[in-house]
Design a protein around this ligand. Sequence first.
Ligand SMILES: [Zn+2]
Length: 448
Amino acid sequence: MLFLQSPPPPPLAIEHVTLVPMERETLLVDHTLLVRDGEIAALGPAGTVAVPEDARRIDGRGRFLMPGLADMHVHVWDENDLFLFVACGVTTVRNLFGDPLHLGWRARIARGELVGPRLYTAGPIIDGKPAVWPGSVELTDPDEAAAVVAAQKEAGYDFLKPYARLSRACYEALAIAGAEQDIALMGHVPEALALGDVLEAGQRTVEHLGGWAEAAQRSGSPFVHVDFLNEARAWHQVDEARLPAVAAACAAADTWNCPTLVVLSKWAKGAAAEALLARPEMRFVSPEAKAAWLPTAPLNYLTSLPQATVDAANASVPRMQRVLPHLREAWRARGAGGLLLGTDMGNPYVVAGFSLHEELELFVAAGLTPYEALRAGTADAARCMEAGDEWGTLAVGMRADLLLLAGNPLESVAHARQPLGVVLHGRWLPREELTAELERRAASFEAR
Ligand SMILES: [Zn+2]
């Protein structure tokens, strides 16, 4: 078991390494980066950085050092998954359905008592009545919105997650209360509203490209109103010529989009579901978490969906990928809004950490460069959280969450898949230790 507590780690110097700072598309060859007290204390050309005598020295020759990755859409309920993120180089997550459990983890991770990524968390989902998910807050009276916001802020949640069944009046009251109390809305486009409405209300993020299919329907499409049930089919009725205007509207509103493509690519039933459950990374998922993904599990919402809906969801992924270059262009034109790398991990067959690398591949397959794809999970992710001066790039004073890689990630995102080592808030975790801990867990799961 890896424990982070006990004596604080000595300074760490990674020498003669190629830095991938992610602030812009560049490489800094033969550099040395010094970590102290959880932060980047110095960096510069090797030889110009004084390495303290008690520092642990890592030879970075031929290797690449980049900021840790962020999964900007997770649902983590199982403590085991916190380690899977780290083992895969995910050093920050944004959790989209919060509970006191997450506040506890966030504090323990920050204190170094628990190995896990830096955690941002929503409060409980704010929905209408009846809420889609148990445990949500049901907001049915606009006059109660301010109190709901105050309670979530007071509890320590980082942002608010509006959801599908909020009425227009309640959503608008929630947006006003969020603005007044300075806590961002990050979430869905409620079914009673259109994408344009949430942009106008100043929602910070839109998840799953919600509202996009409706906003870009071709003329004559049978889908006038798009909801959860027909959305996958509606993606096939999108007029691509309408996408640039939607992207421009997002950028004009400075609203970020987190497409979470991988979750739809993994919608599966029957034999296809069994095949996903047989993938090698499933050994590292706890039996409790996996039980909810069995095709027979009552909690597995895919079980009750018709096969045609599942097929349409899989087939909507290439349609959704076509949005990404338009978002990139809109971001370039305005320097606002942008793309976030996120997985919807926690949903069936979407495994913590491993799935973020699949999302990276989907971003590249959509036409983004490796740099653009990685940025959505580093520098841009931090900017979206208004933390661009804390993490997401390599600079003095930034949090030391780093990945040491065998290959150049700007050539191929696959090089980020298996870091040779992860620096987690200043602590060096070499691959051998990460792998040993993964295997220890897999063995204990198999023994149950
Ligand atoms: Zn989600």
